[in-house]
Every structure is written in structure tokens, then in C-alpha cells.
Design a binder for this molecule. Structure first.
Ligand code: NAP
Length: 309
């Protein structure tokens, strides 16, 4: 009897240890200096590395641009709002010795996606693409049956189709160079069902599985992939029309759930090459893990109670 009790105690301790490791180890990785930035810097030996960032006119994308410019990256900034991109490009070129170009494109439009993919291929062939950040995205508010279908198809194009296309355009040259990084910005929303955000949650789940499978295919090639899963982040995301119209207010959620775009970016870049799935912030990892361990019906019931919209 005592033997059985001891066995259960060991199993409990091992499970507890694994849980603590799963929650705390990423915190250590995300706070350590970026292995990826350092390795690219060394490979370039004084020349500027290059990154293309989609959704760079605001929020997390703009924070990536500022951080990478500070690290000496030349940048291609993609989004729809030219004035925003040009202003950011001017700011970064003024502050750092880097070259920054704006690329105006609507990733819900397949012609624009093809044009952007062509530019990615050209950059790769010239040996001028080190990092691709598929970050552009948006949310909608409401039940799938009530939302305009086009808004959901656009979301599929921006989150999924554009990421697939640009990633496919970047890979051949990265594989030839045996070097490169691809960050796909998913969300903690990709970890559980979200009534009122069905397409959002499903497209973000796609990005997580796609990134993990792709990284497994790319093992040993020198090219690394990351699914970045931020939780609630200060940006323009929740100021945009569907959220404004729904009466969404940030203060309805406890302050500790919010991170700045800069915190998310730092965690992502530090983890790139070391963690395929990067969930910035201990609180977000606790929420994701709890969501994984909780029966789906209960997750749905809890979400109905706590959903901020
Ligand atoms: N904020 C959060 O709480 C949160 C949480 C988890 C995940 N995320 C994800 O993080 C990513 C960045 O979002 P954010 O929070 O930084 O929001 P944001 O401040 O609203 O920025 C979104 C960016 O995506 C661009 N974009 C949107 N639709 C586009 C389109 N059709 N074509 C090209 N660019 C488009 C926007 O630029 P233009 O409007 O100029 O085109 C903007 O630069 C998104 O993928 C989002 O799903 C955000």
C-alpha cells in the first residue's frame, strides 16, 4: 500500500514539475538575448540584414519594425495605409542607419498578395531576405451566421492565404542560404473555441499548426519558424470598427492581461529559433494551459461569461 502511495506521490511530483517547467522555461527563453538576431548579425559581418513585415502600419507590426531597425535591419513595411507606412519609414531612417521601403498592399486581394510574393522572391534571389513576419490581421465581432460572409473570407485571405503565399515565396532562398526566420503572428485565440470569433480562432489555429508542422519539415536546414501567440495586446486592434461598434472597452478586462506590443515583440525575437510556439507572458501561458485541460463545454460556458464583447 505504502509502495502505491509513493508511486502516486512520484507521479504527482513529476506532473507538477513538468507543469512548472512548461510555464516557467519559456519565460527564461523570452527574457534571454535574441539568439536569432545575434546569429544573423554574425553571418552578415557588417552588412544590413533585411526583414519584410506585414501589417507594419500599427501595433505589433510597427513595434517589430522599430525593434528591428534598432538592430540594424533594412525593412520592407507592408500594409494598406501608405501615409502611416511612409511616416514610420521616415522616422526609422532618421533614427537609425537603415533603409526602409513602404509596400502598399491589401492582403485580402489576391492580386496584391501575388505582387507582394513576387517582391519576396526577388528579395530572396538577391540574397536580401532574412526575416519574414506575417503579422497583418484583424478581428470581427459577432456570430458567424450574422456576419457578412465577405469579412470572414477576407480574414481567411489575410491570416491564412497571404501567410501561405508569402512563406512559400520566402522559403527557396532561405533554404539555399541555409538561414532565415519566419514569424507567423497567431493568437492565444487559436488555442480554444471562441463563440463570436469562430473564423478568427480557426485561422489562428491554422497558423499554429502550420508553423509547427513547417518547423518539423525544416529541422536542420537553418531556417526557423515561429507561431507567435499574443494575448490581449495594446494596439489599434480593439479600436477598429467592429470593436468600436460593439462598445468594447479595455478597462472591462483586468489590467494584468494586457501586454504592450513591445513586450510581445521582445519575447518573440528572443525566442525565435528556440521556441516554435511563443506565448508571451506567464499569464497567457496559464490561460492557454488551463484552456487545454478544461472540458470544451466548460470553456464555452466560461467564455460566454467573461467575453468582453
Ligand atoms: N492586439 C491584440 O490583442 C492581439 C492579440 C493576439 C493576436 N493579435 C494579432 O496580432 C497581429 C497584429 O495586430 P495588432 O494587434 O497589431 O493590430 P493593429 O494595430 O490593428 O494592426 C494590424 C495591422 O494589420 C494591417 N492589416 C489589416 N488588414 C490588412 C489587409 N487587408 N492587408 C494588409 N494589411 C492589413 C493593418 O494595416 P492597414 O490597416 O494600414 O492595412 C495594421 O498594420 C494580428 O494578426 C492580430 O490578429 C493581436
Amino acid at each position: 500500500m505504502a509502495g502505491v502511495t509513493r508511486l502516486w506521490a512520484w507521479i504527482g511530483a513529476a506532473a507538477g514539475g513538468a507543469l512548472v517547467w512548461k510555464l516557467l522555461w519559456p519565460e527564461f527563453v523570452q527574457r534571454s538575448p535574441s539568439h536569432f538576431l545575434a546569429s544573423v548579425e554574425k553571418a552578415y559581418d557588417g552588412r544590413s540584414p533585411v526583414a519584410l513585415i506585414t501589417g507594419a502600419s500599427a501595433g505589433i507590426g510597427a513595434a517589430f519594425a522599430r525593434r528591428l531597425a534598432r538592430a540594424g535591419y533594412d525593412l520592407i513595411l507592408l500594409a494598406r495605409r501608405k501615409d502611416r507606412l511612409d511616416a514610420l519609414a521616415a522616422e526609422l531612417q532618421r533614427q537609425h542607419a537603415v533603409t526602409v521601403h513602404s509596400l502598399v498592399a491589401d492582403l485580402a486581394n489576391s492580386d496584391d498578395v501575388e505582387r507582394a510574393a513576387g517582391i519576396v522572391v526577388e528579395m530572396g534571389e538577391a540574397g536580401r531576405l532574412d526575416l519574414l513576419i506575417n503579422n497583418a490581421g484583424f478581428g470581427t465581432v459577432g456570430a458567424y451566421a450574422d456576419l457578412p460572409l465577405q469579412s470572414q473570407l477576407d480574414m481567411l485571405s489575410v491570416h491564412v492565404a497571404a501567410t501561405m503565399r508569402l512563406t512559400r515565396a520566402a522559403l527557396p532562398s532561405m533554404l539555399r542560404q541555409r538561414r532565415g526566420g519566419i514569424i507567423n503572428v497567431a493568437s492565444t485565440a487559436g488555442w480554444y473555441p471562441l463563440a463570436g470569433n469562430a473564423t478568427y480562432s480557426a485561422t489562428k489555429r491554422y497558423l499554429i499548426n502550420f508553423s509547427e508542422s513547417l518547423q518539423a519539415e525544416l529541422e536542420g536546414t537553418g531556417v526557423c519558424v515561429q507561431a507567435l501567440c499574443p494575448g490581449f495586446t495594446y494596439s489599434e486592434f480593439h479600436d477598429r470598427e467592429p470593436y468600436r461598434a460593439s462598445g468594447f472597452r479595455r478597462e472591462r478586462l483586468p489590467a494584468f492581461v494586457w501586454q504592450t506590443a513591445e513586450e510581445v515583440v521582445e519575447a518573440s525575437l528572443n525566442a525565435l529559433g528556440r521556441e516554435v510556439v511563443c506565448i508571451p507572458g506567464l499569464h497567457n501561458r496559464v490561460i492557454v494551459l488551463a484552456g487545454q485541460l478544461t472540458p470544451r463545454r466548460l470553456v464555452n460556458a466560461i467564455w460566454r461569461r467573461v467575453s468582453p464583447v
